[in-house]
Design a protein around this ligand. Structure first.
Ligand code: TYM
Length: 326
């Protein structure tokens, strides 16, 4: 069975960009692939963070993934630091990765601008650890949103360089993009993200979600209700496509272009459909919150089976490098 690996950082709240850009697709892919999903806590410490919060967010992120449907009967789910071979392999990959390639990574440049006082080595090395996450399991496919594509391309490059120098050990992983690879924030301008205050949290209060949705930017050219709109220029439409039925989408598309429905009407339909999908997830999250031991047990077992794969890969890697390891 073909193997998939993907990960999510435990920083801030999981938002609907993560959900429709990645997690929703991860659940679907478990039907066809051998799937490994990971809460990448070591990636999260590359920027300033709150120590207590990291601990809570790490387990909460795992809890949300389970609530979304990534249950242990469908996939392996674990916490990155629980399989320390990831960082060991990252060190080895460091030795085949030119610094220039890391300096040109868009995310590194953006984060360096955002965190001027803390441009640390880990921030620059972030994609190498990401390559190790994927390649330690020899995963051939990586489902992610658009912002991660450059990092996966680097993983391919790392695999190629390693294989050229030390023998054919790693596959060159391919990206699987979701149908909603780039969701903008409620500002309609920048990517929905945890670091910008422009997101709708997956577990956020219902009224707070409506308030954010109600005021979210739509097609900026549609100034008055009577102006015809263009769904292709509207972020709400992108979100609609992830939550609404085909017949509703057709009706909204037509109504928007003919100005027979207004943005608020359109948002009301979206809100209903979004809540219909999110309420069962929230209900499951609420019951998991009362049973944290279960969540801890899931990630422990996930780490155990992932460790076995990771250890085997490391044996191959050490031997191909000429490391003395009796
Ligand atoms: P992270 O935690 O930023 O995001 C998790 C997943 O959500 C996707 N995503 C989005 N998709 C569409 N629109 C958005 N606005 C949006 N915001 C986030 C991301 O593309 C991602 O798929 N570096 C990774 C974590 C990682 C990883 C890995 C991923 C570490 N190792 C190995 C794949 C394979 C990250 O920071 O994702």
């Amino acid at each position: 069975m073909k193997r998939i690996f993907s990960g999510i950082q435990p920083t801030g709240e999981v938002h609907i960009g993560n959900y429709i850009g990645a997690i929703k697709q991860w659940v679907e892919l478990t039907e066809e692939y051998d799937c490994i999903f990971c809460v990448v806590d070591y990636h999260a410490i590359t920027v300033e963070y709150n120590i207590e919060e990291l601990r809570d967010r790490t387990i909460e992120t795992a809890l949300i993934l389970i609530a979304c449907g990534l249950t242990p009967d469908r996939c392996r789910l674990f916490i990155q630091s629980h399989v320390p071979e990831h960082t060991e392999l990252a060190w080895i990959f460091n030795c085949v990765t030119p610094i220039g390639e890391l300096e040109r990574m868009t995310q590194f440049k953006d984060k360096s601008r955002q965190h001027r006082a803390n441009i640390n080595m880990g921030l620059m090395d972030y994609p190498v650890l990401q390559a190790a996450d994927i390649l330690i399991y020899k995963a051939g496919y990586v489902p992610v949103g658009e912002d991660q594509v450059q990092h996966i391309e680097l993983s391919r490059e790392v695999a190629r360089r390693f294989n050229n120098r030390f023998g054919d050990i790693f596959p060159e992983p391919q990206v699987i993009l979701s149908h909603a690879p780039r969701i903008l924030g409620v500002d309609g301008a920048s990517k929905m993200s945890k670091s910008m205050n422009n997101y709708i949290g997956l577990l956020e209060d219902k009224d707070a979600i409506w308030e954010k949705l109600r005021t979210a930017v739509t097609d900026v050219n549609r100034v008055r209700r009577a102006d015809p709109g263009n769904p292709e220029l509207c972020n709400i439409w992108t979100i609609h496509r992830a939550f609404s039925r085909e017949d509703e989408l057709l009706e909204i598309d037509k109504g928007c272009r003919q100005a027979s429905i207004g943005c608020i009407d359109c948002k009301k339909v979206l809100f209903k459909n979004m809540m219909d999908e999110l309420i069962p997830i929230r209900d499951r999250a609420d019951s998991l919150k009362k049973d944290r031991d279960y969540v801890i047990d899931v990630v422990r077992k996930g780490a155990k089976t992932c460790s076995e794969i990771a250890k085997k890969t490391m044996e191959e890697v050490r031997s191909s490098l000429g490391i003395f390891y009796p």
